[in-house]
Write a new protein. Structure first.
Length: 119
């Protein structure tokens, strides 16, 4: 996977462990602390900063991978979000997308989205 070398892959596999304990990629992202806080009261809901509850190493590894090299789709999404929301928010959103790809790679041992982009 672009951006994830042997060291970052080892960190992700060691920290995540058995990926089948997470029912979906969203749950893995939530566990790693890359999802925004959600404040709700009656009919008003607003989103806050990322929770940062979970594995610091997983967050560090995916953010490092995003800053190096990544897929063209994630790079395009990051540029689009960066133009609208700012550099740091775009970085975390791209890290969340990469962690989703990592989830499917560990679960299925194959990432179909990457195969589609190469074709």
């Amino acid at each position: 996977m672009p951006g994830i070398g042997p060291v970052l892959a080892a960190v992700l596999v060691a920290e995540i462990g058995d990926v089948h304990r997470f029912p979906s990629a969203d749950r893995l992202c939530s566990w790693s602390g890359l999802t925004p806080r959600h404040y709700a009261s009656d009919t008003v809901a607003r989103r806050g900063h990322v929770t940062k509850q979970g594995s610091k190493l997983v967050r560090w590894a995916v953010v490092e991978a995003i800053q190096r090299k990544t897929t063209p789709k994630i790079k395009e999404d990051r540029a689009r979000i960066e133009a609208r929301r700012g550099k740091n928010i775009a970085k975390i959103a791209a890290a969340r997308k990469l962690l989703t790809l990592v989830y499917y790679g560990l679960r299925d041992a194959h990432i179909r989205a990457l195969a589609r982009q190469a074709a």
